[in-house]
Design a protein around this ligand. Structure first.
Ligand code: FES
Ligand SMILES: [Fe+2]
Length: 439
């Protein structure tokens, strides 16, 4: 049973809170680098702090306080200069360290004191087309490069959505294998009924396992196991055995905030106590022999199926035929901050229990002055970290399934996947796949 105090620890992300202090030990993706080509200044809320991300004209990125030190104008209106960002109101200019470099009106009057003025500023890094930020104590740890980010000869892409609920209820979903049969099969069928496409019902998240009405590829056995990265979940489905990859390799949940699916890192980025960003870093394999060329990593937005947890009736059924949006709807349906003191946890919630235990344990690790799990100080270790995942042996085989499985993750909205479907299927087959988003 979770106490009210523990529920706060699991959900509060702001500075000075126990959970917030733990979360400040990690790097978070906050934008696609490609977004800054369209608009070089972006308003960012991360771990309850309001900030502005900008790229100046020399290409330097900065993440600084959202409000100007002078009379607190919002710097999202700031003008990127050759060096730094200039406040729109009276022209004070700040660099990526938050240092004020210029106060034009004061200089004109002979009172330059900008060296005494400094805004809050945090380190940022770009990797795999994403901008990462670190809000914790310095020196910052290494930015971990998970193996999907260093994968060669793939097309990477970024997808994200900011949702009106606490990040931890989304993370609990990553250790909840049982929801797959229900949310992504039974509920998914109901969505198709609501969409007026009942003919498409009873298609399964695991293509090829449907053997007739009622004979779903149901979960037979489940294990949640702690390992060096977090929690590994193993499963046996239908008539498969423990030799199958779902058990032998399993799905890795990496503490504190992401799961490795085969072709994406599903990262939860806490925005504030009642919002988070579901941020996917994805990789699409090409047919062996084809060469991937990418000048920049593209990005797309995933639609949010319910905008406001206080207006649950306003559901966008048209967007609910994909796994990503089905998951989002379930997380939002638990409320902005789920009251865990009122839950009824059962046997099938073992993974959820384990994740909570780990989180509360790691809060204590930070409180005792140590680095928590998955903080890397050794650059050699951080430059490519292997994460267990299925299908390693046959990435192209897996990719072909992805191309046809438009309901999986956020495939339905991916421009890269659409391009690959057109590339690898003849015109007729491609238009078949693309006209019916649920396969
Ligand atoms: S408010 Fe920014 S320069 Fe005055
Ligand atoms: Fe799911």
């Amino acid at each position: 049973m979770v106490t009210a105090e523990e529920n706060k620890m699991l959900t509060q992300v702001g500075p000075g809170t126990p959970g917030g202090e733990l979360l400040r030990r990690y790097w978070y993706p906050i934008a696609a680098a490609a977004e800054l080509d369209e608009n070089p200044v972006k308003s960012i809320r991360l771990l309850g702090e309001d900030l502005v991300l900008y790229r100046d004209r020399s290409g330097t990125l900065g993440l600084i306080d959202s409000l100007c030190a002078h009379r607190r104008a919002h710097l999202v209106l700031g003008v990127p200069e050759e060096s730094g960002l200039r406040c729109p109101y009276h022209g004070w200019r700040f660099n990526e360290n938050g240092q004020c470099l210029e106060q034009p009106a004061e200089k004109d009057r002979g009172h330059p004191y900008c060296e005494k003025v400094k805004l809050k500023a945090y380190p940022v890094r770009v990797a795999c087309g994403a901008v990462f930020a670190y809000l914790g104590p310095l020196p910052a740890p290494e930015l971990p490069m998970w193996d999907l980010m260093t994968e060669e000869n793939v097309l990477h892409e970024i997808a994200y959505a900011t949702l009106p609920c606490n990040w931890f209820q989304s993370m609990e979903n990553a250790v909840d294998q049982d929801h797959l049969d229900w949310l992504h099969v039974a509920f998914s069928d109901y969505v198709l009924e609501r969409q007026g496409r009942p003919d498409l019902r009873k298609r399964f998240w695991r293509p090829g396992e449907h053997k007739g009405d009622g004979d779903r590829a149901r979960l037979k056995e489940m294990l949640y196991e702690r390992n060096n990265l977090g929690i590994l979940r193993r499963a046996v489905y239908g008539d498969r055995t423990k030799d199958d990859v779902d058990w032998r390799i399993g799905i890795q949940v990496v503490f504190p905030n992401f799961a490795r699916a085969v072709n994406d890192l599903q990262i939860r980025v806490p925005v504030d106590d009642a919002h988070f960003t579901y941020f996917l870093i994805r990789a699409h394999w090409l047919k062996p022999g084809d060469v991937a060329k990418q000048d920049k990593v593209p990005y797309f937005h995933i639609p949010v199926p319910i905008e406001d947890p206080n207006r649950m009736g306003e559901i966008k059924w048209k967007d609910l035929d994909a796994h990503a949006t089905q998951d989002m709807a379930a997380w939002i349906a638990q409320g902005a901050i789920s009251d865990r003191t009122k839950e009824l946890l059962c046997e099938s919630d073992k993974g959820v229990r384990l994740l909570r235990e780990m989180f509360l344990e790691q809060v204590q690790v930070v409180a005792s002055g140590k680095d928590p799990l998955n903080v890397f100080r050794d650059p050699g270790e951080a430059k490519s970290i292997s994460v267990p995942h299925v299908e390693d042996e046959d990435n192209w085989g897996y990719q072909q399934t992805q191309l046809r499985s438009r309901a999986r993750t956020a495939n339905k909205w991916s421009p890269v996947l659409t391009e690959l479907i057109r590339k690898y299927f003849d015109e007729q087959e491609a238009s078949e796949i693309l006209k019916d988003p649920v396969h």
